[in-house]
Design a protein around this ligand. Structure first.
Ligand SMILES: Nc1ncnc2c1ncn2[C@@H]1O[C@H](COP(=O)(O)OP(=O)(O)OP(=O)(O)O)[C@@H](O)[C@H]1O
Ligand SMILES: [Mg+2]
Length: 290
């Protein structure tokens, strides 16, 4: 078929006009681990880090991947968003960071989603940043904490807090890759250069394997020229680091958070659930997840 053939199906394009591949459903795994560790980072607040962590994790879990979410924000939003009352827990990731005798297997919680576990956090973690400053190898504490369970999971997603402080540097030091959720609004690009600079510093000094896996556009409204302009500028600046999959803006995400469930179980046929399943398939197709 030539491109002039009027009966040829129109190739579908993504929001920046690139041909949109069909991302295959990932083949079942015959065994599990070792995990690829992905840090969800953006020092800007409220851009969709936690939403992307929970829903990408749930989508990967649906595809039979064993997934661990590391809640690495003292706000504990990822824990709460999965139905864990983190403020009531005696043992959280904070204890694992600060006490060498604490056992990660005792701290990990199963969620209502099959194949999805969470390492919870609560406000205790806010003390860690200060307390770690005097530690030896203070940047690699999270890597040490995760080591005993890396072989049990296929993917570990670390939900970072909105800062480039020592906790985020710990996440980047433990990770193989970084996903950058980017809200489709005017000031979205501000700060991304600084984030990339931080990632490059961590790669040079602490973690040579670290790579940027992708930028995920979130809260995208294709009906507004503004949102389309923002993704076009992101594509101009970062090329194919911008993932094809874009997450639309919908109130179903806050609704699912209130229900303490991923959208994939709260509204399994909603476009938001479909989008995160596609993101999971795209990540696997790129070789950035098992
Ligand atoms: N695609 C979306 N459409 C509509 N609302 C969304 C979407 N993604 C996230 N939200 C909502 O936006 C708010 C911020 O999202 P989220 O908590 O995931 O961001 P965050 O980057 O983790 O924030 P923080 O920096 O505070 O940790 C939440 O209320 C969430 O429900
Ligand atoms: Mg968050």
């Amino acid at each position: 078929m030539t491109s002039q053939d009027p009966t040829a199906p129109a190739a579908s394009l993504d929001a920046v006009g690139r041909p949109l591949p069909e991302f295959a459903v990932p083949a079942p795994l015959t065994g599990h681990g070792p995990a690829r560790i992905i840090a969800m980072c953006n020092q800007k607040g409220g851009v969709g880090k936690t939403t992307t962590t929970i829903n990408l994790a749930a989508a990967l879990a649906e595809y039979g991947r064993r997934v661990l979410i590391v809640d690495f924000d003292p706000q504990g939003a990822a824990s709460v968003g999965l139905g864990i009352s983190a403020h009531e827990l005696d043992q959280t990731i904070y204890n694992l960071m600060m006490e060498r005798s604490a056992d990660i297997h005792q701290v990990i919680r199963q969620t209502a989603v099959e194949n999805l576990d969470v390492l919870p956090a609560n406000i205790d973690l806010s003390a860690a940043e200060v307390q770690l400053v005097g530690e030896v190898a203070r940047e690699s504490v999270l890597a040490r904490v995760l080591r005993p369970v890396v072989d049990d999971y296929d993917v570990i997603l670390v939900d970072c807090q909105p800062s480039l402080g020592l906790l985020t540097v710990n996440a980047l030091t433990a990770a193989h890759g970084v996903l950058i959720p980017l809200e489709c609004e005017f000031f979205a690009l501000r700060g991304v250069a600084l984030l990339i600079e931080t990632i490059e510093k961590v790669r040079d000094r602490l973690n040579p394997r670290l790579e940027v896996d992708g930028i995920v556009a979130t809260m995208f409204d294709p009906r507004t020229l503004h949102a389309r302009e923002v993704v076009a500028r992101v594509h101009e600046a970062f090329g194919d680091t911008l993932m094809h999959t874009m997450i639309g803006r919908t109130v179903k995400f806050p609704d699912a958070s209130v229900a303490a469930e991923p959208i994939t179980t709260y509204a399994p046929t909603h476009s938001g659930a479909t989008a995160y399943r596609q993101l999971a398939r795209e990540l696997v197709a790129r070789g950035d997840a098992a």
